[in-house]
Design a protein around this ligand. Structure first.
Ligand code: ADP
Length: 448
C-alpha cells in the first residue's frame, strides 16, 4: 500500500498526537475473526472498520499506520510482527511469544523453573505456593524420568495430551505403561502429516482422580484474564466466566470414555445425550453461589484466592521471557479444575479462548467481556488511568497485589474491605451501571 492510498474511514494524520492518544476522530480497527468480537467492534460508537489487507505483502502492511486497533489471529502476528512498525497509538492482540504460556509443555517448564528459583531464594515453604499444577513431563524428551516416576506410583492414572493441540484432540488416559509403549511406537502420531520429521511433543500429566463433582459430574472453570503489560505486570480479572460440565456421571471405571473425563465443549457436544438447549454450562455466579451455600463464604474465598495465586504465579513465570511491547495486550482463557477438597488446579491457559457464543447467555457474557476489555484499553481516552474496576474487569495486580476499596458485599463477609484482594470472580457483575458511574466520575476528575 502506498503512502497516499485512501482507505474509507481513514483520516491520515488527523487527531493523532505525540502521547499516542487518539483525539477527536473515529478509531480504525481491523479484525481477523467473524464472531462476537466483530459484533462488539462494529457496535462501538465512533469505531470504524478498515477493509482487510490479507493480500498486501507483509513488509508494506501498516506502513501508514492505517489502523489503531487490530484483533488479529496468532498466525498473522507470527508472520508479521518482526517486520512491522507500530505507531505510538496502535494496539494489537497477542504478545510475540505468547506460546511460552499457552503451549502445555512450555507452561510447565516455565512454572517448574520459577518454582525452583523461589525455593532457592525464599526457601522450600514458599515453593509450596506452586503446588497447583499436576506433575507433568514432556514426551518424548523426558520419557525416562517419567518412567521412574510412573514406577514409584503404581496404579495411578495419567493423562497424555499433545502439547500444541486444543479442544481435547489427541488426549487419552492410561494406567499401564504398555499403553504408552504403543504410543511410542507411533500409534498415536499423526503419521499422515508429511511435514513432520520428529515425533509430536506431548505432555504426560498426573490425572486428577478426585475432581469436585456437582450432580455427579466433573467440570472445569473458564476464567478470563487480561494482561495489558508484562513490565510492570498489570493484570485484570473478569468477574464472569463459566463452568463446563461433562455430560456423563464421573467414574474411574471407564477411563477411555472422553465424555466422562474431558470437559471441553467441543467434546461434550458430540455426546449422544447432549442437549444443545441446556448445554453443559453454569455461570461463575451460579457456581460461586452454589459453593458458598455448600461450604460457606470463607471456604470459597480461600479457594478463589488459590485461583488468584495461579494467575499471578503463572504470569510471573514468563514475565522475563515474554517480549513486552506496550502495543500488545493478551486476553487469556484459564482452565481451572477444583478437586474434591476445593483446591484449584491449573489445567491450561489459552491465548485464543473461544469467542463464538453457544447460546444467548453465552453471547451476552462474551459481548460484555469484550466491550469491557475495550473499555479497559480505553483508546477513547475517557478514563483517568487510576481505575480499579472497569465494567466486569477488576484490577488484580499492578507490580504488586491490589486491594479492594469497594468490596462486593455478596462475596465479602463482615463488610471488611481493607485487606480484601481486588478479586471478584463469580461475584455480581452489574457492569453497565458500574460503567455509567465510572465515566461520570472520570469526567468530573478530568474537569477539575
Ligand atoms: P485441550 O487444550 O485439548 O482442551 P486440556 O489440557 O484443556 O487440553 O484438557 C482437556 C480437558 O481434559 C480439560 O478440560 C479437563 O476436563 C481434562 N483434563 C486435562 N488435564 C487433566 C488432569 N491433569 N486431570 C484431570 N482432568 C484433566
Amino acid at each position: 500500500m502506498s503512502k497516499g492510498t485512501k482507505i474509507p474511514g481513514y483520516m491520515q494524520g488527523k487527531g493523532r498526537n505525540p502521547r499516542g492518544i487518539i483525539g477527536d476522530r473515529e478509531i480504525r480497527y481491523k479484525c481477523s475473526l467473524q464472531n462476537t468480537i466483530l459484533d462488539v467492534l462494529r457496535g462501538r460508537p465512533g469505531w470504524q472498520e478498515v477493509p482487510g489487507f490479507q493480500s498486501i505483502p507483509p513488509i508494506t502492511r501498516n506502513s501508514d499506520g492505517d489502523w489503531d486497533f487490530y484483533w488479529c489471529d496468532r498466525e498473522w502476528l507470527h508472520q508479521n510482527y518482526d517486520t512491522m512498525f507500530l505507531y505510538e497509538h496502535q494496539k494489537i492482540l497477542h504478545f510475540r511469544n505468547h506460546y511460552e504460556l499457552t503451549r502445555k509443555n512450555l507452561m510447565v517448564k516455565n512454572l517448574k523453573r520459577l518454582k525452583k528459583q523461589t525455593e532457592r531464594e525464599q526457601g522450600k515453604a514458599e515453593g509450596l505456593s506452586f503446588e497447583f499444577f499436576p506433575t507433568t513431563y514432556e514426551l518424548p524428551s523426558e520419557y525416562h524420568i517419567f518412567v521412574e516416576e510412573f514406577k514409584k506410583n503404581p496404579g495411578i492414572i495419567w493423562i497424555m495430551k499433545p502439547a500444541a493441540r486444543a479442544q481435547g484432540r489427541g488426549i487419552f488416559l492410561f494406567r499401564r505403561l504398555k499403553d504408552i509403549t504403543d504410543w511410542k511406537k507411533g500409534e498415536y502420531q499423526p503419521l499422515s502429516d508429511p511435514n513432520r520429521d520428529a515425533p509430536e511433543t506431548y505432555v504426560v500429566q498426573r490425572y486428577i482422580e478426585n475432581p469436585y463433582l456437582i450432580g455427579g459430574r466433573k467440570f472445569d472453570v473458564r476464567v478470563y484474564v487480561l494482561v495489558v503489560s508484562y513490565n510492570p505486570l498489570k493484570v485484570w480479572l473478569y468477574r464472569s466466566g463459566f463452568a463446563r460440565f461433562s455430560n456423563t456421571r464421573f467414574s474411574l471405571d471407564s477411563i477411555e470414555d472422553t465424555y466422562v473425563h474431558l470437559t471441553n465443549v467441543a467434546i461434550q457436544k458430540n455426546a449422544p445425550d447432549y442437549d444443545p438447549d441446556k448445554g453443559c454450562k453454569w455461570s461463575t455466579q451460579q457456581l460461586r453461589k452454589y459453593l458458598s451455600a455448600k461450604h460457606g463464604v470463607d471456604a470459597v474465598r480461600k479457594a478463589y484466592k488459590g485461583i488468584d495465586n495461579i494467575i499471578i504465579k503463572s504470569l510471573q513465570s514468563v514475565q522475563k521471557i515474554i517480549i513486552n511491547d506496550k502495543h500488545c495486550f493478551e486476553m487469556y482463557g484459564y482452565d481451572i479444575l477444583f478437586d474434591s477438597d476445593l483446591k484449584p488446579w491449573l489445567i491450561e491457559i489459552n491465548a485464543s479462548p473461544s469467542l463464538t457464543a453457544s447460546g444467548k447467555e453465552d453471547y451476552e457474557l462474551k459481548f460484555g467481556l469484550l466491550n469491557d476489555l475495550l473499555n479497559v484499553l480505553d483508546l477513547e481516552n475517557r478514563l483517568t488511568g487510576k481505575e480499579k474496576r472497569i465494567g466486569g474487569w477488576d484490577l488484580l495486580w499492578e507490580d504488586g497485589p491490589i486491594l479492594a476499596d469497594d468490596g462486593n458485599m455478596e462475596c465479602v463477609p463482615n463488610g471488611n474491605t481493607t485487606t480484601i484482594p481486588n478479586s471478584f470472580l463469580g461475584c455480581h457483575n452489574d457492569r453497565k451501571r458500574q460503567l455509567r458511574e465510572l465515566y461520570m466520575a472520570a469526567q468530573s476528575v478530568k474537569k477539575t
